[in-house]
Design a binder for this molecule. Structure first.
Ligand SMILES: [Fe+2]
Length: 241
């Protein structure tokens, strides 16, 4: 059976040692820990929840500890369970040749697996020690595609703030075109363009900010830029070039 250590060793590139502690023991060490969560399953093909790379209060004051605790345990974690359940039920449907509920479980899979993928990126692309501006290849690509970092920031913030209902603002990369682009995602799976790989994701479901910001979504989104971990964002970008 593949253990969490096996999984992390296969999917996490780390300078300075593996962060293998449980979530309750996890410490803020984002400058050393680089998650590349492009493999979300164990050896059995089951989705599972990576530990947070920091403690609940690590993103304060931008995001309060209670919000991180609730978000991770009661919004991200159930999506992992539901994605596995959807795949299990589709397997049963094939075995029984009974596709009465196929539409339901296909929708469940798209919604919950997309939630799992985006939330995994979200935790990874934030840090209490974040902020600043991107560097290296990522900055060059941003300047080539958007004109400047400031133009990207303004575009991404506007797209994120104006998501209709619950959703995400996404900076993504399409390998087939070599372009970075901003997408506005509703729920977890709508308004995507096929093949675009999320590089930086900003969660604007109310569960991500309402305890602290209530209706002030724009304030939350603008503050998020103070905790973006550009190191992990650039790592992810370099990994998909
Ligand atoms: Fe969320």
């Amino acid at each position: 059976m593949t253990t969490r250590r096996d999984f992390l060793q296969s999917t996490v590139a780390i300078a300075g040692g593996l962060a293998l502690s449980s979530f309750s023991q996890a410490k803020e060490n984002s400058s050393e820990t680089i998650y590349t969560p492009n493999k979300l399953t164990d050896a059995q093909g089951k989705y599972f929840l990576l530990p947070l790379p920091y403690s609940y209060n690590a993103l304060e004051p931008v995001i309060d500890a209670k919000t991180v605790e609730l978000h991770y345990n009661f919004h991200h974690k159930p999506a992992v369970t539901a994605a596995n359940k959807a795949e299990d039920n589709l397997s049963v449907a094939r075995d029984n040749n009974d596709f009465t509920l196929v539409k339901h479980y296909e929708k469940e899979l798209a919604f919950n697996l997309s939630s799992h993928i985006l939330h995994t990126h979200y935790w990874d692309n934030l840090s209490g020690k974040g902020g600043g501006i991107p560097k290296g290849n990522l900055l060059k690509a941003i300047e080539n595609n958007f004109g400047s970092y400031d133009k990207l920031k303004t575009h991404l913030a506007a797209a994120t703030i104006s998501v209709e209902g619950a959703g995400w603002g996404i900076l993504g990369y399409l390998p087939a075109s070599g372009k970075l682009m901003v997408l506005q995602c509703e729920n977890h799976q709508k308004l995507t363009a096929w093949g675009v790989i999320p590089i930086l994701v900003l969660d604007v479901w109310e569960h991500a900010y309402y305890l602290k910001y209530q209706n002030r979504r724009s304030e939350y989104v603008n503050n998020l830029f103070d905790i973006i971990n550009w190191n992990t964002v650039e790592q992810r970008f370099n990994g998909v070039l």
